[in-house]
Design a protein around this ligand. Structure first.
Ligand SMILES: [Zn+2]
Length: 623
């Protein structure tokens, strides 16, 4: 008599799609949790290989109907250390006794697998180890009293028929007399076994040794029917090979000081790695994945990590989905674009009418020496895409019509106006990053004119002085907050002619633009997040001379030269005609908005005040 020898019943093969899916789940769902995830699987009955791919995560795995179904569970560890120091045998035993052995389910005993992983999301590596648990009652031995091998024997019609009809049944009974096959329950099997053959399907085509899960089947039979001492077994391979055994079951109980303790169950089954050793497998996917895809995932990773602990309610998709129009591709435009990029914005349109000059690259972070002479809008779009190739960028070289600046070429100016309007229609958020007051007027009016529900524009304005900056979101008719021009009692006018060089260029402390740009983007993002990132602000004014910052919520001014109802309505009615009249003469705007009346009123008041002749001594100086 010889004892049965076994070979591992399964092998596992990992496809890259498994890692990709696990990565997604870890990043978006699991985060810091290491709870068990159930996996499905299937293998062909002529193969012992369980292929792990993204389908394993689907609740309903649409494997081929004649495939054997596998039930798995995955535990992903948060740190490599946890994975390595885990007591693998204890872990396997602990999980499998409760969740598999104690169910008494013969199919589950055979077709279960346990996978442990550590996925390094930054390095694109995966440490993993699969166990196909094998249960053995300690002290129980299986001795062969007879063995017969039938190669390619397919004349066992009843068996073959049963297998075809029950693809997910791995173990069943066959009547010795009638040859009829049937499914069975473990706790009902004991009385019938004397006239039945226990049939077990074999994933291996080889017939030298049966698969190791036969050990589990015999152990479970013994657990349920300890009085059974001998069995007839039939091991059926997918290719029709059959081994028949007569087996004696013997339990050598351990006598512990005369007290018989219930036999313990040993759980083994960790797979050997490629070197034939018991140990985890390691794959480095960084060389296999598409570099562009990997790039995109890595970029998303840093943002998504915010959701793990700090801001679980952060809505990154809403930021990513916004199409952003940047008016001005200078210092502010460059920094704003880069900060938006860091937040995950993917659609950029740059508008500027200037070329990169020699002085620009040191302050304007999207340009370098080679870009000197190129259009700023085009160079900014091109260079932003170099940083992150998956972006959608567009650029337009055009003059934004300026109030109080009569057009020299009306045809071109009208075309530029129409293009600008089209860009407003196509984008969700517009950043005003131009360097003069009068350039901001038309975008302010235009921005507020999109009043249809769901089509409103988010207008973010940033402006810098030498020592100070202003960042704000223009209000709309709903929140009734003010715009950039709401504090002014004169309409913007030509401020560019007759100026010296230092007045024409923005002379500013270099850090000012970075601060204003960052705040502009954070203001935008917090507005989109509706209180998740703190209360959205309306205006922030910062002063570098004393390093202070103030927050303001200011209502819109009913006579505002840009955002008052009269101006916006007139613009909506007349479009370019109205704009043209304002370009030719800014007074048109003052009259229409009511500012002119306010000015006249003020003059009247001033005239009525009689200052008289006062003695200098009566002035009090206040420090
Ligand atoms: Zn206003």
């Amino acid at each position: 008599m010889t004892t049965i020898k076994f070979t591992p019943g399964f092998k596992c093969f990992m496809e890259t799609s498994f890692y990709s899916r696990l990565r997604e789940i870890k990043l978006n769902n699991l985060k810091l949790s290491d709870e068990y995830i159930s996996l499905n699987g299937d293998i062909a009955d002529t193969s012992s290989i369980l292929t792990l791919n993204s389908n394993n995560f689907e609740e309903c795995n649409h494997g081929l109907s004649d495939h054997l179904k596998m039930n798995g569970v995955l535990k992903n560890f948060n740190t490599e250390q946890e994975f390595i120091t885990l007591n693998k045998l204890e872990f396997l035993k602990h999980y499998c006794i409760d969740n598999i052995w104690n169910t008494n389910d013969i199919q589950l005993i055979i077709n279960s697998f346990v996978l442990i992983t550590f996925a390094d999301l930054k390095k694109y590596t995966l440490l993993y180890w699969v166990a196909f648990p094998v249960f053995q009652i300690e002290g129980l031995t299986f001795e062969i009293t007879s063995k017969e091998v039938f190669k390619g024997c397919e004349d066992d019609d009843e068996c073959i028929k049963f297998i075809i009809e029950n693809p997910s049944v791995w173990c069943f009974l066959q009547d010795e007399e009638t040859k009829g096959c049937e499914n069975f329950l473990m706790n009902e099997v004991c009385n019938t076994l004397s006239t039945k053959i226990v049939c077990v399907r074999n994933t291996l085509s080889e017939i030298t040794y049966p698969p190791s899960y036969l050990k589990s089947v015999l152990s479970l039979l013994h657990k349920n029917s300890p009085h059974i001492k001998s069995l007839k077994l039939k091991i059926i391979s997918g290719n029709g090979n059959i081994i028949k055994y007569d087996v004696n079951l013997m339990l050598h109980t351990i006598d512990n000081d005369g007290k018989k303790s219930p036999p313990a169950v040993k759980v083994t089954g960790w797979e050997r790695n490629n070197r034939g050793k018991l140990g985890p497998k390691f794959i480095d996917l960084s060389t296999l994945l598409d570099p562009l895809k990997m790039n995109e995932q890595s970029v998303d990773l840093n943002l998504k990590l915010m959701k793990w602990r700090i801001e679980p309610d952060l809505n990154l998709d809403i930021i990513k989905s916004k199409k952003v129009l940047l008016l001005g591709a200078g210092t502010l435009g460059c920094y704003v674009a880069r900060t938006l990029l860091s937040w995950g914005v993917r659609n950029f349109t740059f508008v500027d009418n200037g070329r990169v000059s020699h002085s620009n690259p040191v302050r304007q972070s999207l340009f370098n020496f080679e870009d000197v002479g190129q259009w700023k809008a085009e160079a900014a779009a091109k260079n932003l895409k170099k940083i992150f190739p998956q972006l959608n960028t567009e650029s337009y070289v055009l003059d934004i019509p300026m109030i109080g600046h009569p057009p020299t070429n009306e045809g071109k100016q009208k075309k530029d106006y129409e293009k600008l309007y089209q860009l407003f229609q196509q984008n969700d958020a517009i950043f005003l990053l131009v360097d003069s007051r009068e350039t901001r007027w038309l975008p302010t009016v235009m921005g507020k004119s999109f009043t249809d529900k769901g089509h409103e524009k988010i207008i973010i304005n940033a402006a810098i002085g030498f020592n100070s900056y202003l960042v704000m979101r223009h209000g709309n008719f709903e929140d009734k907050l003010g715009c950039y021009f709401c504090n002014d009692v004169v309409a913007p006018n030509d401020s560019l002619s007759d100026r010296t060089l230092d007045q024409m260029c923005t002379v500013t402390r270099p850090g000012c633009a970075l601060m204003a740009s960052s705040l502009a983007v954070e203001l935008f993002v917090s507005y989109l997040q509706k209180n998740v990132l703190g209360e959205p602000q309306h205006q922030i004014r910062g002063f570098l001379n004393d390093f202070s910052m103030i927050k303001l919520h200011t209502p819109s001014y009913e006579c505002c030269s840009a955002c008052s109802l009269e101006i916006v309505e007139e613009y909506k009615r007349r479009g370019w005609d109205f704009v043209l009249s304002a370009l030719k003469n800014y007074k048109v705007v003052e009259e229409l908005s009511g500012l002119a009346d306010v000015q006249r009123e003020m003059e009247k008041k001033l005239e009525s005040i009689n200052f008289g002749d006062s003695d200098d001594d009566e002035f009090v100086t206040i420090d």
